[in-house]
Design a binder for this molecule. Structure first.
Ligand SMILES: N[C@@H](CCC(=O)N[C@@H](CS)C(=O)NCC(=O)O)C(=O)O
Length: 194
């Protein structure tokens, strides 16, 4: 049994997309960050950090976007969300997700200059490839998409700027799992913290 704790539009959106990509059954627990529901004693027992996403797997707790994406990709290999049988490419996926969690995500609170700099790094790293690693869709693309979906508008991009990230965003928006996630989360209603 999978229980997914999330708040629409936040970091947990990446996991929501992956759950729809793999097509597994899961139960949802929606939290409101505005109503500080990630900080209640009940939720802090599940994740003492007080953050979503959380995925409960048969009573065991998994936190952090990158770890949950990795788990889903490994548990449901038929969804093809990791480069199979290629240790280096798999490590590149982890490298992207570490960069996204440790550098891209924190940049939202570090001022517009820093934000533009790190998104420019991501844009260059992606280049004109369709997908982040090895020309194949993976969990790294899901993680990258959620950040640009949320913070892209804050970059005040001029014409032609962040063109690779924009093209990647458009490509992601074509995916049924992405559309379904946006539809479900929009219906619940977004509360978007920084
Ligand atoms: N490093 C964490 C970051 C997760 C995170 O920042 N979650 C935010 C929403 S985007 C959260 O739950 N915030 C709760 C709060 O602000 O009370 C991950 O990758 O999962």
């Amino acid at each position: 049994m999978l229980i997914f704790h999330f708040a629409p539009g936040t970091s947990s959106m990446a996991v929501h997309i992956a759950l729809h990509e793999v097509g597994c059954a899961f139960e949802s627990r929606v939290l409101s960050i505005h109503r500080t529901e990630t900080l209640t004693p009940e939720f802090l027992k599940i994740n003492p950090v007080g953050q979503v996403p959380v995925l409960e797997v048969d009573g065991r707790v998994l936190t952090e976007v990158a770890a949950i994406l990795f788990y889903l990709a490994r548990r449901y290999p038929e969804a093809g969300l990791l480069p199979a049988g290629d240790a280096f490419a798999e490590a590149e996926v982890i490298s992207w997700m570490s960069f996204i969690a440790a550098t891209l995500h924190p940049a939202r609170t570090q001022g517009i200059e820093r934000m533009r700099d790190v998104y420019a790094l991501a844009d260059r790293r992606l280049g004109d490839a369709d997908w982040a690693v090895g020309g194949r869709y993976s969990i790294a693309d899901i993680h990258l998409f959620r950040l640009f979906w949320r913070f892209g508008a804050k970059l005040h991009a001029g014409p032609g700027e962040f063109a690779n990230l924009r093209a990647h965003y458009e490509r992601m928006m074509e995916r049924p799992a992405v559309r379904k996630t946006i539809e479900v989360e929009t219906r619940i209603g977004y509360e978007l913290p920084d």
